[in-house]
Design a protein around this ligand. Structure first.
Ligand SMILES: [Zn+2]
Length: 77
């Protein structure tokens, strides 16, 4: 008796940093700028490249002080 596994395993990986969600294209400068919380799922992460961050006045989450970032989460939209 032999067991063969020819199927490929599909794993969900987080999006790479080389994609901009704002202009929806490849980018070498994309950084995580927003996390969308979802009540029924893992949520989503949005990345923006340098030009898009400048145009849309976005700040990479890594550049925001933790206390400021937490305060923004508590602020109702
Ligand atoms: Zn962009």
């Amino acid at each position: 008796m032999a067991t063969t596994t020819t199927g490929s395993v599909v794993t969900e990986e987080p999006p790479p940093y080389d994609h901009c969600d704002w202009h929806e294209g490849p980018s070498g400068t994309a950084r995580l700028v927003r996390i969308i919380e979802s009540a029924s799922g893992p949520g989503a992460s949005l990345y923006a490249c340098a030009p898009c961050r400048e145009q849309r006045d976005l700040t990479a989450l890594a550049d925001i002080p933790m206390d400021v970032w937490l305060a923004s989460l508590r602020t109702p939209a």
